[in-house]
Design a protein around this ligand. Sequence first.
Ligand SMILES: [Zn+2]
Ligand SMILES: [Zn+2]
Length: 403
Amino acid sequence: MLDSRLSDDERNALHETYEHLHRNPELSMQEHRTAEFIEQRLDALGIEHFRCGGTGVVGVMRNGEGPVIGFRADTDGLPIQEATGAAYSSTATGTLPDGSTVPVMHGCGHDTHIATALAAAALLRRQPEAWAGTVLWIFQPGEETAAGAAAMVADGLWDRVPKPEAVLGQHVFPSVPAGSIGLTTGSAMAMADSLRITVHGKQSHGSQPQDSIDPIVLGAHMVTRLQTIVSRELPPQSPAVVTCGTFHAGLKENIIPDRAEFTLNIRTLTEEVRERVLSAIARIVNAEAEASGAPRPTVEEIYRFPRLYNDDEHAEQVRAALQRELGEDRVVSLPPAMGSEDFGTLPDSIGVPGVYWFFGGFSAENEAPPVNHSPFFLPDPEPTLSTGVRAAVVALGHYLGKA
Ligand SMILES: [Zn+2]
Ligand SMILES: [Zn+2]
């Protein structure tokens, strides 16, 4: 039977790896040094690998006849100035698509994902007699921009490896305490759509509204009426979020501007609700423009995150395996999260089950742990990291382990 516990040397190596990654974060789709570091570690473990989707790395770990299982770890950092005060804080910078230089931080904990996946690979490597089959270690770039999983699939990921029976993944998360696992059956995380709406008005002097089509008044009506989609058009049992996150218009108080621009973020759990919300947005913004005698607004998609759906049967099997290993009280059921992530692209693109869980990052005594993307996000290294390794080994062992 696969042992999920680290030796002292393995735990030390895990922490060293984690601190190195934490010090050296890179922005989405620019994970060049991170990819090289992962390749070196895979070489040291004797795992063949290839690049995929630019800065993605796939390790193919073969150990005789048996099932093929994918395990995904995302690798990107965020444009955040770290404020944790950790000895291994990041001082890295990166360049955004607009050319600006920004500080970079592993503010979502993806460094813990890489480090725990590499340590889990080392544990499997040490115990070849305890399992059989093939693990696809999928080190995915660009999760934060929803670009990485799609880039790997477009780069022929699934043509270059044996097809897996399931794809697994995990994320460090403050909503469960360190040492515990949170798992959702069915819809686990929301789809996300981001839109930019440009409202076209007619510019005039602020004292002559009769010569204008005021895009600020028009845009304000749009934003207000958009609030009725969730409250008045959807059944209360269908979760959805429509948030207007930015609204920009005008330069001076005595000029009615010629345009206003706002951005929307939409979260839904099913394709049916998503289509309803998107068509309601189009209907409302077009009708409000018509009510003002304005041209139709321009609607552009900024990005889209896919669904994250945990196959019921597989999720329950993985839950049972985790409960046996960690204890029942250490495996918590979570409701669907309205946050989003692009993991679902990997299993959904080949129609296989996906199972994705959260491992806790902060001790139960910490009453207000920082949230992901906070400049203070710094998981307690233990038991966070060891638990991430154990969860990975146990879930893989469920599919590949010998009794
Ligand atoms: Zn994130
Ligand atoms: Zn994340």
